[in-house]
Ligand binder design. Structure first.
Ligand code: SF4
Length: 340
């Protein structure tokens, strides 16, 4: 990744003069600029990531080779493009276990991950209170929601409250699960199916041998049953994103049914885009453990907001308060950096 500023810090660490170099680089760069730190001390990566989180800069790439490391961070946070009010978009993590164990899963889902179920009773209450709070859209994710025997009832409850998108790997649309699918209202439910590449190699590399073909079959089944299908790819480079875009063009997929996102350095991922809380527009996310800031780190302590899901209005208020505190924190940092 090309940077605006290349900073060779030699063997400096945070204990031996790295911090003043970082601050000087921030002072001669602009918000949005990329700063590459090259150093002989490979262990600074972890501390650099912590420093980025605390200072509202985002570590976006890290490469460690034999005798040196290179870390690229962005000056400042991603511009907030969204004016979406907190709570208008609601995410539900229904279970956390999954039939797959993708190597970049942001919440470490897998067949052996313990099931942490939100449960139908809580989903029904969330849907009821969410409708009263005028939630505009609900996103249901698992791990893989279709491993749950009551996934149909869960999705019906959500769809009654707001248009609902269910995130799935599309591999379980058979037997009683296809029965659950068939009962769902086509005008209220969208299936967002993960497909990482136009051909099996890259998808299977991350998700397991044979998964691309089974997902393609699942997409076909869902479409044959009249569902709107959105294709979602997780990619690790601009080149992969561009390749997938060409594939979507060939398949004539409508713009609103395309999602291409980078691997996030969270959960099982060992590389990817490091996202700090200040990089993420809050999207209220509910799991069995409580309320989180954003779905991309729905088990990470830095994105945890409150254990109390109910009343839902209070959970939304807690996220709003956290957002206000985030703003105050950013202001405070700006003052710290301006004081010299
Ligand atoms: S990325 Fe999705 S399909 Fe893969 S393990 Fe995680 S939840 Fe399952």
């Amino acid at each position: 990744m090309k940077a605006n500023i290349d900073l060779d810090v030699g063997s400096k660490t945070f204990a031996s003069g790295l911090l003043p170099e970082l601050i000087a680089a921030l002072r001669r760069s602009h918000p949005g600029d990329l700063i590459a730190v090259v150093g002989a001390e490979k262990n600074i990566g972890t501390e650099l990531e912590t420093w980025c989180r605390f200072t509202g800069n985002a570590l976006v790439e890290s490469t460690v080779e034999n005798d040196h490391g290179r870390w690229v961070f962005r000056h400042g946070t991603v511009p907030l493009e969204s004016n979406r009010p907190v709570g208008s978009r609601l995410w539900l993590y229904t279970n956390f276990d999954c039939n797959l164990s993708c190597d970049y899963c942001c919440v470490r889902s897998s067949p052996s991950a313990p099931r942490r179920e939100l449960g139908l009773a809580r989903v029904k209450r969330i849907a009821r209170e969410g409708a009263e709070l005028r939630v505009k859209e609900i996103f249901v994710t698992g791990g893989e929601p279709f491993v749950l025997p009551d996934v149909g009832e869960i999705l019906l409850a959500c769809a009654a409250a707001a248009p609902t998108t269910v995130l799935t790997n599309g591999m379980l649309f058979a037997g009683r699960r296809i029965e659950s699918l068939l009962a769902l209202p086509r005008d209220r439910i969208v299936l967002q199916i993960s497909l990482d590449s136009a051909t099996p190699e890259r998808h299977d590399l991350h998700r397991g041998a044979g998964t691309w073909m089974r997902t393609r079959q699942g997409i076909g089944r869902a479409r044959a049953q009249g569902f709107r299908v959105r294709l979602a790819a997780t990619v690790s480079s601009d080149r992969e994103a561009e390749e997938f875009r060409r594939f979507l063009d060939e398949e004539q997929i409508a713009p609103e049914d395309r999602v291409i996102r980078r691997i996030a350095l969270r959960g099982s991922a060992t590389e990817g885009v490091a996202l700090s809380r200040s990089d993420l527009v809050p999207e209220v996310t509910i799991t069995a453990e409580g309320v989180y800031w954003h779905p991309v780190g729905a088990e990470d302590a830095d994105l945890f907001v409150t254990r109390d899901i109910f009343p839902l209005a209070e959970a939304f208020a807690a996220v709003r308060r956290a957002l206000e505190r985030e703003g105050e924190h950013a202001l405070k940092l700006a003052r710290i950096f301006n004081c010299a």
